[in-house]
Design a protein around this ligand. Structure first.
Ligand code: XUL
Ligand code: CO
Length: 434
């Protein structure tokens, strides 16, 4: 399979060309909006430009060093490659950690200087191509000083370094016009409670987020701050466990005006939830923000960050996104990497095509599902007892425990209606394959 290095085009579902989109037609209008604006695809810098196939048992299977030693020139070559790749694949957004785009120095000051050089370079690239930064973040989990966390480290100097990295990350987000800034607390959790002051750690995590919010808002950052839930890995327990835990945390520390959630499919399954569940929990709490699109291998049980190809999952994801009215500042970031054995440049291109086509199909099917109306009608009807009579009075807060007890006391044959799960699952199959 040979890729001619040209722009990937839409050829339609009858095409057998692997280097063409079969479903993703950027300009096609669905429900009044272009596919590309519904989906807002973003490239993850860490997986696409840096990850080289290493796993727990083996080293690199790919080379992304561009024949250059560690330093600014290598990172400029990476940026050149990144923007060329995004243009060819037709992706208009990207996301990065500080350490993905610039080499690290020996001190915070040196690292920040390198980041500034590289964000100047990236800004020029953005201007030349029209590509935008969806969100930035700081890596506060890789270096050994972060082994016990960043904001939740027992060492206050580590908290201070983390604060410095967040400041530089927000400065980068402002300079590059990002619409988001992400906190993924990779090591903000614990391995054993025997050495952990959980109360102080949670308060400190909220302290760092509050300082970041205050700094960002004071310096003109108008985008969303996001927390990205994940239950575990690398820690045994991560404080941002799932969407419900994050909602409670944000509410406890008065952060809900500025923070939303960045929901990742593989993190949902690690938490024992479906992707759709996490999206729904974010939505009902008014915290839906952005998505890290990927999928896990359910038999492996760790964060495999595979490109999403399961169309049932992408359909139910896009159903939630459409029901929400679409993204505002967020988008679909492919937090996904080609497999260790998919070790050629072609594989990266094929992986993005697979992910983008799977989400395009998901969007088409979710739109059909909503227009079909059977699922929504069923759900509406299922709760219709709350639209009149005692149900309406419950919803309106007009009943008391005593009034309800009196109402219920003589009821006979109270019905429990069928949930019709099997029927509803065949409706999904009709839409998917009919
Ligand atoms: C790790 C993960 C991160 C965040 C950004 O599981 O998802 O890549 O998305 O730090
Ligand atoms: Co992620």
């Amino acid at each position: 399979m040979k890729y001619d290095n040209g722009k990937i085009k839409f050829e339609g579902k009858n095409s057998k060309n692997p280097f063409a989109f079969h479903y993703y037609d950027a300009e096609r209008v669905i429900g009044g909006k272009k596919m590309k604006d519904h989906l807002k695809f973003a490239m993850s810098y860490w997986h696409t430009i840096n990850a080289c196939g290493t796993d727990m048992f083996g080293g690199d299977t790919m080379d992304k060093n561009f024949g250059l030693p560690y330093g600014i020139e290598r990172y400029k070559a990476k940026a050149d490659f990144a923007f060329d790749f995004m243009q060819k694949i037709g992706i208009e957004y990207y996301c990065f950690h500080d350490v993905d785009v610039a080499p690290e120095g020996e001190t915070l000051a040196e690292s920040v200087k390198n980041l500034e050089i590289m964000t100047d370079y990236l800004l020029e690239k953005q201007k030349a191509t029209g590509i935008k930064l969806l969100w930035a973040t700081a890596n506060m989990f890789g270096d050994k000083k972060f082994m016990a966390g960043a904001a939740t480290s027992p060492n206050a100097d580590v908290f201070a370094v983390a604060a410095g990295k967040v400041k530089a990350g927000i400065d980068a987000a402002i300079k590059l016009g990002a619409s988001g800034y992400v906190f993924w607390g990779g090591r903000e959790g614990y391995d054993t409670l025997l050495n952990t002051d959980m109360g102080l750690e949670l308060d400190n995590l909220a302290r760092l987020l509050t300082l970041a919010r205050d700094y960002g808002r004071a310096n003109g950052f108008k985008g969303d701050f996001y927390i990205e839930p994940k239950p575990k890995e690398p820690t045994k327990h991560q404080y941002d466990f799932d969407a419900a835990t994050c909602a409670n945390f944000l509410r406890k520390y008065n952060l809900t005006d500025d923070f939303r959630l960045n929901i990742e499919a593989n993190h949902a399954t690690l938490a024992g939830h479906t992707f759709q569940h996490e999206l729904r929990v974010a939505r009902v709490n008014g915290l839906f923000g952005s998505i890290d699109a990927n999928q896990g291998d359910l038999l492996l049980g760790w964060d495999t960050d595979q490109f999403p190809t399961n169309v049932y999952e992408t359909t139910m994801c896009m159903y939630e996104v459409l029901k929400e009215g679409g993204f505002i500042n967020g988008g679909l970031n492919f937090d996904a990497k080609a497999r260790r054995q998919s070790n050629t440049f072609e594989d990266i291109v094929l992986a993005y095509i697979a992910g983008m086509d799977s989400f395009a199909l998901g969007l088409i099917k979710a739109d059909e599902l909503i227009r079909d109306g059977r699922i929504d009608e069923f759900v509406k009807d299922r709760y219709s007892s709350y639209e009149s009579g005692v149900g309406k009075r419950i919803v309106e807060g007009k009943e008391t425990l005593e009034s309800l007890a009196e109402y219920a006391s003589d009821l006979k044959d109270v019905k429990a209606e069928s949930g019709r799960q099997e029927y509803l699952e065949t409706v999904i199959n009709d839409i998917m394959f009919g």
